[in-house]
Design a protein around this ligand. Structure first.
Ligand code: 13P
Ligand code: SF4
Length: 304
């Protein structure tokens, strides 16, 4: 049963001919009113398909809303809280990428979608945690500059014969860095029958203990397909909320404190204000958007 605020948002959404996209880490009450929920790749693909809408309200972080704009420059892209930035996406600048290219002129540049548009414009192709290995394997080059998440670079290196060089040295997600091997062992002991699903943004010693290493969308699919009845979820806490909207199986967050404060800046009040005032508008300068679009579209093509 939706509350009054949620019903207001649904009415405004219709009046404004808007669509609401939400990442899997959004609060439950936002997930409940979203038209589409997903991981970074699913949101990119969905953004590339939007037709017949004037406004996209993006309940996610800055790089996701920018990507929606890059794929829909004719639409108004709104983010309910302008402060919803992904710290990892700010760890690699366009200049850093240009300098790395100078050092390794024969390397391909693969950037995680968790980058700002200026950096994306310098990439040969983008990737997400759902398709990173496939993207790297699709390249002709044997040397790959990969950033900004060092742990995802490590994961890719375990699954390819190519040489993967992380840029910058220490790019990371502060949420996934919270998990330790000790947390995993304690959870295993407490829930011996549960499957352990871990996100590739986690440290290598945590990944090494996983039953499956998956993007958030991959985690949801695994829970739905598996014969198992309980799952330890090694990613942001609201991934369990997302799964609970689709399945009655038991999910146990690996760490209750693993909260992405940046994602949580969006609230129902802010989503409503966003629709009423048509704020905050996200845009990208034309030339940067044009160059970044090539890298996004190339990734979507490889992921088909
Ligand atoms: P996915 O949802 O693509 O797995 O990514 C997780 C994340 O941290 C997004 O910022
Ligand atoms: Fe960025 Fe990590 Fe939050 Fe994802 S969970 S938005 S990578 S800080």
């Amino acid at each position: 049963m939706l509350n009054q605020l949620q019903r207001d948002i649904l009415r405004l959404k219709k009046e404004k001919n808007a669509i609401i996209l939400a990442h899997n880490y959004q609060r439950r009450e936002i997930q409940e009113i979203a038209d589409f929920k997903g991981d970074s790749l699913e949101l990119c693909v969905e953004a590339s398909r939007i037709e017949g809408k004037d406004i996209v309200v993006f309940c996610g972080v800055d790089f996701m809303a920018e990507t929606a704009y890059i794929l829909n420059p004719d639409k108004k892209i709104l983010i309910p809280d302008r402060g919803a930035e992904c710290p990892m996406a700010h760890m690699l600048s366009a200049e850093d990428v240009r300098m790395a290219r100078k050092r390794y002129p024969d390397a391909a540049v693969v950037l995680y979608v968790n980058t700002l548009a200026e950096a994306k414009a310098e990439a040969d192709i983008l990737c997400t945690s759902a398709n990173a290995v496939r993207v790297v394997e699709s390249l002709d080059e044997d040397l790959v500059l990969f950033g900004p998440d060092r742990n995802l670079a490590w994961y890719v290196q375990q699954h390819t014969d190519k040489t993967v060089i992380p840029i910058p040295e220490e790019g990371h997600c502060y949420v996934h860095k919270m998990f330790t091997a000790g947390d995993v062992m304690a959870a295993r002991e407490k829930y011996p029958e549960a499957e352990l699903l871990i996100h590739p943004e986690c440290d290598p010693e945590v990944q090494e203990l996983a039953d499956h290493i998956l993007s958030t969308g991959g985690m949801l699919r695994r829970v739905l397909e598996s014969d198992g009845e309980s799952f330890i979820i090694g990613t942001e806490v609201d991934m369990s909320t997302r799964i609970s909207l689709e399945s009655d199986k038991r999910t146990i967050p690996l760490l209750e404190e693993a909260i992405c404060e940046n994602m949580k800046l969006h609230t129902l009040e802010k989503v409503k204000n966003s629709l009423i005032n048509e704020e905050f508008v996200v845009t990208v300068p034309d030339e940067i958007a044009r160059r970044a679009r090539r890298a996004v579209e190339r990734m979507i093509e490889v992921s088909k």
